[in-house]
Design a protein around this ligand. Sequence first.
Ligand code: 16G
Ligand code: ZN
Length: 530
Amino acid sequence: MTEEAVRQITPYFPRKSDKFIQYGTAGFRTKGSDLPHVICRMGLLAVLRSKLKKACIGVMITASHNPEDDNGVKLVDPLGEMLEISWEKLATNIANVSDDKLSEVLSSIIEQEKIDMAVPATVICARDTRPSSVSLSEALQRGIQALNGECIDFGLLTTPQLHYMVRCKNTNGAYGKCTENGYNAKLAVSFVKLQNPVTDKGKYTSELTVDCANGVGANKVKELIKFLGDSLTVNVCNDGSTGKLNYMCGADYVKVNQCSPNGINLTPGMKCASYDGDADRIVYFFMGADNKFHLMDGDRIATLVAGYLKNLVKETGLTLNLGLVQTAYANGSSTKYITDKLQVPVACAATGVKHLHAMAVGFDIGVYFEANGHGTVIFSDTAEAKIREAGKNESLTEAQRKAAETLCTSIDLINQTVGDAISDMLLVEVILCKQGYDMQAWFECYSDLPNRQLKVKVKDRTVIKTTADETQATSPDGLQSAIDELVKKYNSARSFVRPSGTEDIVRVYAEADTQEAADSLANEVCKVVY
Ligand code: 16G
Ligand code: ZN
């Protein structure tokens, strides 16, 4: 069977170069022109995974915030989670094997994983708006068909919408309807339900300008707002009709450059947000009373969300363990605010959504966010059941029951499968409205410590190894003690280094009490990394 499949695909999608490619932090990512055989082979692998799991598997074609010529692919597991880490190695093997050995490698996976090839397979696929995504999607479908898998092609979707579809499909509608309208209706109904009862909105305004990075999020959010009535006005900018994907716009650009994107003329009083190219990340920004640009990143969103949920849980009277997962990049002030003021425990995970997600599962309610704007909330099955039960429990006080109902509706608004710019945006709006916050009020919750991120090119970045939370370097010898010595010279300072999982560089992060000190510390640390 594998021989026949390989015969069907290799004439059309041969492995043209022997350049090694790795299933990285978020799947394969490289120039779109280098990917046809990789993506076709991922079709084969997705079929095997579907047979093994006896469930539908997802495949998303996107390179997120990367330039338009790049592309990528990632697999999505049955409940909408990222592919199990042990299978990343299999994906890398399949992507790199020569055409004539492909069948052998496929057979060995079948044997090793004891896959019953008689089980039917279904793969859901979708793509972002890159020009190369169309032909790459065809390559994927050819791979799926070659092993007799059924392919459900959703065409253009945001990455989190694809994750949502996979979960819906595998839970027989319990999570929602497996259609784009189903997704829009689920989010919109919950949003309106949460927004309507709020009478005192304080400084909150229900108008928002969104930079969609000229990506797939633009048309998707336009579809969603049709369901919102007048509860939220969204001005969609950088919708791809004229500008180039991720070029001078999008969440990554805004975060890295700390400035407003092209296409938005930022003036005081405006509330703005940026998605990335596949709409799984969001950051907010505005111009403050000081006429300066202020970024409201993933840390700010995390504190807002954790505070909101913590209060609601308290009002229900339920005992649920709520925690927040951050990475080493989280601003020290955000961690301090969450721990001291909100009294929510904080855990630190390695960079990459799969690591944060895995750690968040350890809480009844796990909020996780990367500073770059990727994050969501996950509720354990028992927590969700307790909350839903409390919403109907006549023996609770009305206030307790109401809080539980609000929590239930918030659960429905959240895309628990993965960070979702559209869902996160609606959640942030709900919370800002409930708190009566404008952007300035949100901003004033705490002051960020000045920080600096730099990249260092080294001969071999794999020489640098870190602890699991990436805050300390364990190799090479002496590196951490050199960093510790430098940090001691500054006030409220912290610094760490880690090899990038997506580029051939080492990243350096430093924070301190002043911008000059953070810059100087980052520069000094770069020198000891060489
Ligand atoms: C990937 C990750 C992102 C992480 C980034 C770090 C996902 C979906 N994306 O883009 O979460 O922040 O890698 O890149 O997991 P780095 O290793 O180059 O710093
Ligand atoms: Zn993305």
